[in-house]
Design a protein around this ligand. Structure first.
Ligand code: ZN
Length: 242
């Protein structure tokens, strides 16, 4: 895609305002930690939106000019208005808006709707070590990384992860406690591209980690829409004289 890629980083933005420990890690909110990194990348036009804004900060004006939406939520998935979820769904499927779903947003309404499964998983929070192995070396989301990425302290997510088989699997995590998890999954739905990326918990500084931010940045370029004509459905006239 030529020109700027317009990115909106969405965060429910509750933990950071209500929990001192989280506020110490993300004083400006998780959305601003991610947006602050993305703003320094080429061709990106970055803004943020949060749950408490009118229309969750995703009114038509914003949503219709968003090429890639990044989504972080945890304790307020049910507070997201179904009307907005419908609009995001249509933007992805029909217009090809990219969607990057982070960590606990596996349970967000929009991700569950796009997957059609429960998106449930195993979890444990004891701050154990995680190693994210790259299992798709030619994929643009892995650009500039080594063989793996290590996170010293992470919340564990373990299989089974109740999602449809990903169209492309990019990362598999190993956890010190013994579990594994499909941590980087690409899906194509309609005209849109979706990337689920596991790392990131509100009490760990994972969204300050340069490798993790690099992956999110790479995913923005990958998920950005291709230019094309809008889909036409229904009865149609033949292109040749019949
Ligand atoms: Zn978490």
């Amino acid at each position: 895609m030529d020109g700027k890629i317009r990115v909106t980083v969405w965060n429910e933005f509750i933990h950071e305002r209500e929990n001192e420990r989280v506020a110490e890690v993300y004083p400006e909110g998780i959305h601003n930690a991610i947006a602050g990194y993305l703003k320094n990348l080429e061709r990106l036009d970055v803004r943020t939106a949060t749950l408490n804004q009118p229309d969750h900060g995703l009114g038509d004006q914003t949503l219709n000019t968003t090429d890639v939406l990044i989504w972080w939520g945890h304790i307020a998935h049910d507070k997201v208005d179904d009307r907005i979820v419908d609009k995001i769904y249509k933007r992805v499927i029909l217009d090809g808006m990219g969607l990057i779903v982070l960590h606990s947003a596996h349970f967000s309404k929009i991700f569950k709707r796009l997957m059609g499964t429960t998106c449930n998983l195993k979890w444990r929070e004891i701050g154990e070590k995680e190693r994210l192995w790259i299992v798709n070396r030619g994929h643009p989301i892995t650009d500039g990384l080594g063989e793996y990425v290590e996170i010293e302290h992470a919340e564990m997510y373990g299989e089974p992860f109740d999602i449809p088989p990903p169209d492309e699997l990019i990362f598999i995590s190993w956890f010190k406690g013994g579990e594994v998890f499909r941590s980087g999954c690409c899906f194509y739905r309609g005209a849109g591209k979706i990337f689920y990326f596991r790392p990131g918990h509100e009490t760990y500084p994972i969204y300050h980690d340069r490798s993790i931010l690099k992956i999110i940045g790479n995913a923005v370029y990958w998920a950005s829409p291709v230019r094309g004509v809008k889909a036409r459905f229904g009865r149609t006239e033949p292109l040749e004289d019949l």
